[in-house]
Design a protein around this ligand. Structure first.
Ligand code: SAH
Length: 346
């Protein structure tokens, strides 16, 4: 049944998983037992609470040219926008008033927002009593230190893929080693670090996906998001398909829950885009976080990383209780720091 001596039941119940076992789980024809196990592990380690992070997509200007991404600099069809610091602050304040405990600031690698501007936005938002997560791409250690000093709590930077050659093909002029350097700097500076990968990239193998999970374990990450790759029509990867990516992403996420049982795992927006119930399904396969978009529609409709990106109208955090109740879950009123679960276990 398995390529080595362990049965599926043993593999699922007794970590650590070997690289070969991860590959085997990724190719399971019937993933139901994997999903069930991931759900049990999620419940045991992080409970039934779901943490909401209000996502503000504040600029789609980007100096990079990632082949998969709709806001790559060469996409002349992208309608560019940049919210003002005041607009960002007002959006954050509205989110906090609506019950969000964390605000996530995400953008392309926009040169206009220098470290001083970002630091000043962070300081203002921290005064609202919110936790601040940043997702601004690759910066210098000094810039990361400056944001941290201003009060930023967490940073999200997906490795995208641990296959260095694939990364450097898909992200021209970028260096995989520099991306790892960023993640290491962020850890050393005391951020809670989120990473993650894209699943279904052309040329990506099950072995390299297994490697991604082992990489997250080695850092280790406090959070990791798995995004199914969805081809964007205005990119060089327009002809690729998204078929099978949703299920593969769910499998990756479920295996990640087994390997890193107490981290934060988001049910990603790209999952919702590929499946109408994608986020609720993900929450039942290991996820415990949702990042609802709280950006005004006039802006975020142009934050088109991939086509059909789901954006819900900004709503009160508590409004999520209704859909979550159907799967026996509730919105947490806590901050949901990974460090807090770790402390509560000691
Ligand atoms: N500039 C920031 C934020 C990038 S956008 C950074 O570099 O971290 C956030 C994420 O969107 C990326 O990390 C990537 O994983 C995802 N993404 C980009 N294009 C995508 C696509 N076509 N399909 C699915 N996810 C995509």
């Amino acid at each position: 049944m398995t390529t080595d001596s362990r049965s599926l039941e043993e593999i699922l119940s007794r970590p650590p998983l070997t690289r070969g076992e991860i590959v085997e789980l990724l190719s399971l024809p019937d993933p139901a037992p994997l999903f069930q196990k991931a759900d049990q592990v999620r419940k045991k380690f992080v409970g039934d609470a779901v943490y909401l992070r209000g996502l503000i997509e504040f600029s789609n200007y980007c100096k990079n040219d990632c082949l998969y991404c709709g806001i790559r600099r060469s996409n002349a069809n992208a309608v560019r926008y940049r919210m003002t610091p005041e607009e960002i602050y007002r959006t954050a304040r509205q989110a906090v008033q609506n019950g969000y405990k964390t605000v996530v600031l995400q953008s392309g690698e926009d040169w206009w927002f220098d470290a001083d501007k970002i630091a000043s936005i962070i300081r203002q938002i921290k005064e609202l009593g919110a936790a601040v997560t940043l997702s601004l791409g690759e910066k210098t250690r000094e810039e990361y230190a400056c944001y941290r000093k201003a009060g930023a709590d967490r940073y999200l930077l997906r490795i995208e893929t641990t296959d260095k050659a694939l990364y450097e093909t898909l992200d021209p002029q970028m260096s995989w080693d520099n991306r790892v350097r960023c993640l290491e700097d962020l850890k050393e500076l005391g951020y809670e670090v989120g990473s993650g990968s894209l699943v279904g990239l052309p040329g990506q193998t099950a072995e390299s996906l297994a490697e991604d999970l082992l990489f997250f374990k080695s850092l280790p990450v406090d959070m990791a998001g798995i995004g199914p790759f969805i081809p964007h029509p205005d990119t060089p990867l327009a002809q690729e398909k998204a078929e099978g990516h949703f299920e593969l992403a769910l499998k990756m996420m479920a295996i990640m829950r087994l390997i890193l049982p107490d981290i934060n795992i988001p049910a990603t927006t790209a999952m919702e885009t590929l499946h109408p119930q994608g986020r609720l399904l993900a929450l039942q396969c290991g996820a415990n976080v949702i990042m609802p978009n709280v950006t005004a529609e006039t802006f975020c409709r142009n934050y088109a990383l991939y086509p059909g990106k789901a954006h819900s109208a900004p709503s009160a955090a508590a409004a999520w209780n209704e859909s979550l109740a159907a799967i026996g879950r509730t919105v947490s009123d806590g901050y949901g720091f990974h460090g807090d679960y770790l402390k509560s276990r000691n």
